[in-house]
Design a protein around this ligand. Structure first.
Ligand code: ARG
Length: 459
């Protein structure tokens, strides 16, 4: 039995097998929770003093000792020990080394089970705040760009086939709406997550006269978890975080898929600055959209972590089980990956250079205003189905002639239907088509400007 190993060996006569020690230790990754662990311990010690369980002097010694340990860790001056298993026991053991016997009193009325649940909630609360800020920055840049491009046409697609013209501003505001819902999901997750497990102790609460509301308030929680068994065992708050992250990552991945398409030579709708691209080691002409591709690729691991956590939970009887130690790496990686993707996306949205002329040219191809011609005929009295068939014939004729709808002479158009007049050219023009979609949520430039202003107010 090594020196470090003694903390939990009271009832054992043998030391821990070395392989078991390595297999069960989590300190290599949970040490990143140290700040939250110390914050929780300080709140716990001060509460114990207020409750008369510790003397003021004992509490001072413990709090000062913890602060000193925090400084040491931050200075890189802390030796983490695998034999001490996890972040909690590393810090507790060091505390006793520093301040002597009184350090052993800190763990009165608590357990690592409520401790780790508390740490993880505090950690995720900070991560959520960072994600919410990043999403806000992305939304601001999307609205800025949407305002600039409120009247710039591009083809709108369904099935990636040209469907109807939209404005680039309208398209970017679609991205905005996704980001806005993503942010709301994180804020919602934060509300449910922000209750204190401290005081649940191992699973059943404690015999000491603790004040759970005091530790909750000191740690910025909105209240205390109502049931001690639930408080130490469920990780649904972490799963919710990962679910919100997975949806966000999927949204970012979809935007990036569009950027990959738009930056291709065949589309050439958008150029990314060189700083966001890399070249090929063999093809000198290449400028690859690596950053969007990586954001798209990283969605895979974020989605994977969500599934991993769901499966981690599904077989667990109440209350705490060691399985839960497996929550940390996926949660940490989800948060770090998502933050990286969001920062990259924020910078790309700010830096991308749309080629509005190329987008307009593309919108003029593919008979994108065919529906407008059908709608025009409906306004002249045709039932929509008949108008649809009629326009189908017009499109075929134009295709054979190799011209756009707006290039067909009036007498040819009138041969298809005599209700067609000179005003048809407004209806089938790109800008006429856009301006006509003047309903709430539509792509008319005036609507897009109004929607951008309304979106800005929601940031
Ligand atoms: N390292 C553990 C975890 O991450 C801390 C809680 C350990 N509790 C226990 N009863 N073994 O879950």
């Amino acid at each position: 039995m090594g020196e470090d190993d003694k903390l939990l060996r009271g009832r054992f006569t043998e030391g821990t097998d070395e392989g078991v020690e390595r297999f069960t230790a989590s300190v290599a990754f949970d040490r990143r929770l140290y700040r939250y662990d110390i914050r929780g311990s300080v709140a716990h010690a001060e509460m114990l003093a207020a409750a008369g369980v510790l003397t003021e002097a004992e509490c001072r010694a413990i709090v000062d000792g913890l602060r000193g340990i925090e400084r040491d860790i931050e200075a890189g001056d802390f030796e983490w020990s695998t034999a001490l298993e996890d972040v909690h026991m590393n810090i507790e053991a060091r505390l006793t080394e520093r301040i002597g016997e009184v350090g052993k009193k800190l763990h009165t009325g608590r357990s690592r089970n409520d401790q780790v649940a508390t740490d993880l909630r505090l950690y995720l609360r900070d991560e959520i705040d960072a994600v919410v800020t990043l999403l806000g920055e992305i939304m601001t840049r999307l609205v800025d760009a949407a305002e600039r491009h409120a009247a710039d046409p591009m083809p709108g697609f369904t099935h990636l086939q040209t469907a109807q013209p939209v404005t680039l501003g309208h398209h970017l505001l679609a991205w905005f709406e996704m980001a806005h819902r993503d942010r709301a999901r994180f804020s919602d997750c934060r509300k449910r997550l922000n209750v204190s497990p401290l005081g649940a102790a191992a699973l059943a609460g404690t015999t000491f006269p603790i004040d759970r509301s005091a530790t909750a308030a000191a740690l910025g929680f909105d209240g205390v978890a109502a049931n001690s068994l639930d408080a130490v065992s469920d990780r649904d708050f972490a799963i919710e975080f990962c679910a919100a992250a997975a949806l966000t990552a999927v949204h970012l991945s979809r935007w990036c898929e569009e950027l990959v398409i738009w930056t291709s030579q065949q589309f050439a709708f958008v150029e990314l600055p060189d700083a966001f691209c890399t070249g090929s080691s063999i093809m000198p002409q290449k400028k690859n959209p690596d950053v969007p591709e990586l954001v798209r690729g990283k969605a895979g691991r974020v989605v994977g972590h969500l599934v991993g956590l769901l499966v981690l939970m599904k077989g667990q009887a109440l209350a705490y089980n060691r399985d839960n130690q497996e929550d940390k790496e996926p949660v940490f990686d989800t948060a770090a990956t998502l933050r990286g993707c969001l920062a990259a996306m924020r910078d790309i949205v700010g830096a991308m250079r749309p080629d509005t002329a190329a987008m307009r040219r593309a919108a003029e191809l593919g008979y994108a205003t065919a529906t407008d011609l059908a709608d025009y005929l409906v306004r002249k009295g045709l039932p929509f189905r008949d108008a649809y068939d009629t326009v189908g014939r017009v499109v075929r004729h134009a295709q054979e002639a190799g011209v756009a709808l707006a290039d067909l002479p009036l007498d040819e158009l009138r041969r298809v239907h005599d209700a067609i007049g000179e005003d048809v050219y407004d209806a089938v023009s790109l800008d006429g088509s856009l301006a006509a979609r003047d309903q709430v949520g539509g792509t008319a430039p005036a609507r897009v400007r109004a929607a951008a202003a309304e979106a800005r107010a929601r940031i």
